[in-house]
Design a protein around this ligand. Structure first.
Ligand code: HMG
Ligand code: MG
Length: 327
C-alpha cells in the first residue's frame, strides 16, 4: 500500500500581487513573552538559530523592557551574548532610553519601539498616556539614529482595543504617522487582539497611503485570535504590502492585553504565499521542524494548522501525547 505524502500547494499566482515578500519573524519575542513558564535562555538561542537557518530574513530576538514587566524576557542580555554576531542583526524591542542603553552596550543594530493607538493600552503597556509615549520614544529614536541604528515602529490596537472598543482609522493613522516620523524606517500595524477583518485592513492601508505613506514603509502584524489573520494578509497583499510579521508555530500574545492570542503562524503564511507563487526564501519544512522542537520544550502542540498537517506524528511526540490530545 502506498504511504500518503504531503501534497504541496499547487502554485497559482494571482495578478497584481507582489512577487516577493519579507517575513519578519517575531516568535522568539512576541511568542515567548507570553509563555507562563520561563524558557531556558539556551533554548531561546537555539530557537533563533533554527529560524535563521530556515531562511527567515529577520528574526526579532527579545525585548529590552523592564524585567519586572516582562519577566519571560529578563534574560535579554544573556540571550544576545549566546547569539553572538548573528544576534546583532536581530531586532529587539526597546521602549525607552534605558532599554536603548542596554541594547547599545551589546552592539545591537536594529531596534523597534512600540506605541499604542489608544489611550488605555498606552497606560497598560507603557505606563504612559498616549501623548507621554511620544516624549519617551523621541529621545530614544533620536539617539538610536545618532548611533546608526535602524528603527522600526510598531503601533498596537490598530483595529480594536479590549477596553475602548473599535479604534477609528483616523486615530490609528495619526498615531502611526507620528511614531514613524520620529525617524523609523518601517511602521508595523498591529492587530494586537486579532479582531480585524479584510475590508478593514484594506481601508486602513488606503488611509495610510492617502496620508502620504508608501506601502513599502508599512508592515502588517496580525494576531490570529478570530482566525482572520490569513484573510487579512490576503487583503493586505492586494493592497501592495510586502512585509508581514509572523510567529513560528503561531506562538504569541501580549501579557498586557489578555484577549491577545497567538500571532499569525509563519508556516500558515508561507503555505499560502507558496500557493500564490510569492517568494519568501523561507524553507517551510525547516520552520515547522523548529516549531515542533519548540513545542516539545513548551509541552504543548503548535496551534498552527500547517505545522500539524505537515508533522502530526512528530508534533505529538515532541509535545507529549497528552498535550497533543488537548489535555
Ligand atoms: P515605568 O515603570 O514607567 O519605568 O515602566 P520608569 O521609566 O518610571 O522607570 C522605573 C524604573 O525602571 C527605573 O529604575 C528605570 O531605570 C527602570 P530605578 O531608577 O527605579 O531603579 N527601567 C528599566 N529597566 C530596564 N530596562 C528598561 C527600563 N526602563 C525603565 N527598558 C516601561 C515603563 C516602558 C519600562 C514599562 O512599561 C515596560 O517595560 N513596558 C513593556 C511592556 C511590554 O513589553 N509589552 C509587550 C510588548 S508590546 C506588544 O507585544 C505588541 C506588539 O507585538 C504589536 C502588537 O501586537 O500590537 C509589539
Ligand atoms: Mg504582537
Amino acid at each position: 500500500m502506498r504511504t500518503p505524502t504531503v501534497v504541496p500547494a499547487t502554485v497559482t499566482p494571482v495578478a497584481s500581487m507582489p512577487e516577493r515578500v519579507t517575513i519578519y519573524e517575531v516568535g522568539p519575542r512576541d511568542g515567548l513573552q507570553n509563555e507562563k513558564a520561563l524558557v531556558p535562555t539556551e533554548v531561546k538561542a537555539e530557537f533563533v538559530r533554527r529560524l535563521l537557518a530556515a531562511g527567515l530574513p529577520v528574526v526579532e530576538a527579545t525585548s529590552f523592557v523592564h524585567p519586572r514587566w516582562v519577566p519571560q524576557l529578563a534574560d535579554a542580555a544573556e540571550l544576545m551574548g549566546l547569539l553572538g554576531a548573528a544576534g546583532r542583526d536581530c531586532p529587539v524591542l526597546v521602549p525607552n532610553e534605558r532599554g536603548l542603553d542596554r541594547a547599545l552596550e551589546l552592539g545591537v543594530r536594529h531596534i523597534a519601539i512600540f506605541g499604542s493607538a489608544t489611550e488605555t493600552f498606552a497606560q497598560k503597556n507603557l505606563n504612559r498616556s498616549l501623548d507621554e509615549q511620544f516624549a519617551m520614544f523621541e529621545p530614544t529614536v533620536r539617539r538610536a539614529r545618532e548611533h546608526g541604528l535602524d528603527v522600526r515602529a510598531y503601533v498596537s490596537m490598530c483595529f480594536g482595543d479590549p477596553w475602548e472598543g473599535p479604534v477609528p482609522v483616523a486615530q490609528v493613522v495619526e498615531v502611526g504617522k507620528r511614531l514613524f516620523d520620529l525617524g523609523a524606517s518601517q511602521l508595523s500595524l498591529g492587530d494586537t487582539i486579532g479582531v480585524g477583518t479584510a475590508g478593514h485592513v484594506s481601508a486602513l492601508v488606503r488611509a495610510f497611503v492617502e496620508a502620504g505613506m508608501g506601502t513599502d514603509q508599512l508592515a502588517m502584524h496580525f494576531h490570529d485570535t478570530y482566525g482572520q489573520a490569513l484573510a487579512n494578509t490576503y487583503a493586505a497583499l492586494q493592497s501592495g504590502i510586502t512585509t508581514y510579521d509572523a510567529s513560528a508555530g503561531g506562538l504569541g500574545g501580549c501579557p498586557y492585553a489578555k484577549s491577545a492570542t497567538g500571532n499569525l503562524a509563519t508556516e500558515d503564511l508561507v503555505w499560502m504565499l507558496r500557493g500564490l507563487g510569492i517568494e519568501t526564501g523561507v524553507e517551510l519544512e525547516e520552520v515547522a521542524a523548529a516549531s515542533v522542537w519548540m513545542a516539545g520544550h513548551l509541552g504543548r502542540p503548535s496551534p498552527s494548522a500547517v505545522v500539524r498537517a505537515l508533522a502530526p506524528a512528530s508534533a505529538g511526540d515532541a509535545a507529549g501525547g497528552a498535550a497533543q490530545s488537548g489535555a
